[in-house]
Design a protein around this ligand. Structure first.
Ligand SMILES: [Fe+2]
Length: 401
């Protein structure tokens, strides 16, 4: 298999190479022929929001994404508007209802701004769906072709946790801007002078919050139905503060482009951040998206300059001699991390830098993580306690703790 074959079309467009992807998202070699449900990578993260016009502007102006395509009443879509945005290899589709009867309006009423679809690129839609069906998956949309003057896309969708779905997309015979029904569109918005070329380059992982006691069921779903494997496991004390706890397990596809940590609440003295999410989202759903960057300092500075707020990290985190010892040498002085609130974690393979935003919408539900990996394939296990204490301080301020 040549290097060209291993990269997705989106990664080639984003001028990412294999070495960069290995470092950015921990990409590994994988033989799709032996995989019952081969997944090439992410296709799109589809959002349902209350005002897609304004959210799309926010993702352009604050997160530096670029508008690529559009669907709406002007293109014959009488149900909703949809803006397709890109940063590096990451595609967001922001949808908003144009009338009260739209399913997008109903989804938004139930969940607030959230993620309806974590779409995945697969080489063989029919093979994946046939396997998923034998394993008892709910097929929401049978495999079918959609075509326009740019070619044909084969798609299908299966259900996952809550009201979230995975659309499976084979776009190997398609050259259009996104999907049939969309038209290419750019925006007159111009990046500010000095802003980085892009704030993030790839999607590292998407975390799902599921109901109490159902995490193992969903881990099993991804293993059985989609051929994913367990990557890491954090239970109990690893992610417990004095007051609340959660359990988390991580599954990944064969090449590790797609990684799904799955959280469930665990009993604690107070309600955990997962309980708060489940209450306000109205059930299970996608909790955070980890955006991979090769310069987290520049990314954080660019986001802060646009008014994006991050979770505070206490100074004690950086001054703790035990933590300094554990972290060792990282690429920048620790003061540079401290002034921005960036967290560090190290394991046997290397280290990672990460930071978490406040929720992106009105409800205390979906948020972003920025992650810069240097060899570590972990998820910041060592930071969980420091991080969750910071989250709980926010939860307390909202009166939900
Ligand atoms: Fe994460």
């Amino acid at each position: 298999m040549t290097l060209q074959d291993t990269l997705t079309q989106d990664e080639r467009l984003a001028e990412l190479d294999l070495d960069t992807l290995r470092r950015l998202v921990g990409l590994v070699e994988h033989d799709p022929d032996t995989d019952p449900f081969p997944v090439t990578g992410w296709d799109a993260v589809v959002w349902a929001v209350g005002n897609a016009t304004q959210s799309a502007h926010f993702f352009r102006s604050a997160y530096g994404m670029e508008l690529e395509a559009y669907s709406g009443p002007e293109t014959g879509n009488r149900d909703h508007v949809a803006f397709v945005l890109r940063s590096g290899a990451v595609r967001f589709v922001i949808t908003g209802a144009v009338h009260a009867e739209s399913p997008v309006a109903a989804h938004h009423a139930r969940h607030g701004d959230g993620i309806v679809d974590i779409a995945l690129e697969v080489p063989d839609v029919d093979r994946c769906v046939a396997h998923a069906r034998t394993q008892g998956a709910t097929v929401l949309d049978e495999p079918h072709d959609v075509s326009d003057e740019h070619g044909t896309v084969r798609v299908s969708a299966i259900a996952t946790y809550g009201e979230t779905r995975h659309t499976l997309v084979d776009r190997s015979r398609y050259s259009g801007p996104y999907l049939p029904g969309y038209v290419a569109r750019t925006s007159s918005y111009e990046r500010r002078p000095g802003a980085p070329r892009r704030v993030f380059e790839a999607l590292d992982h998407v975390v799902g919050n599921v109901e109490l006691g159902r995490m193992d069921e969903w881990v099993d779903f991804y293993r059985r139905v989609m051929g994913f494997t367990n990557m890491a496991e954090f239970i109990g004390d690893d992610i417990a503060t004095d007051y609340s706890a959660l359990m988390s397990k991580v599954v990944a596809n064969g090449n590790h482009r797609v990684k799904f940590p799955l959280n469930e609440p665990a009993a604690g003295r107070k309600r955990s951040q997962i309980d708060e999410y489940l209450d306000f989202y109205g059930g299970p759903g996608a909790q955070h998206l980890a955006l991979a960057t090769s310069d987290i300092l520049a990314s954080v500075d660019a986001l802060r300059a646009e008014g994006i707020e991050f979770l505070m990290t206490p100074d004690s985190y950086y001054e703790d001699p035990e933590l300094r010892e554990r972290i060792g040498e990282v690429r920048v002085p620790i003061e540079e991390l401290q002034s921005r609130g960036i967290l560090v974690d190290r394991d046997e393979d290397g280290y990672l830098l990460q930071i978490f935003t406040k929720p992106v919408g009105d409800r205390p539900t979906v948020f972003f993580e920025l992650i810069e990996r240097h060899g570590s394939l972990g998820f910041g296990k060592g930071n969980f306690k420091a991080l969750f204490q910071a989250i709980e301080r926010e939860q307390e301020r909202r009166g939900n703790f």
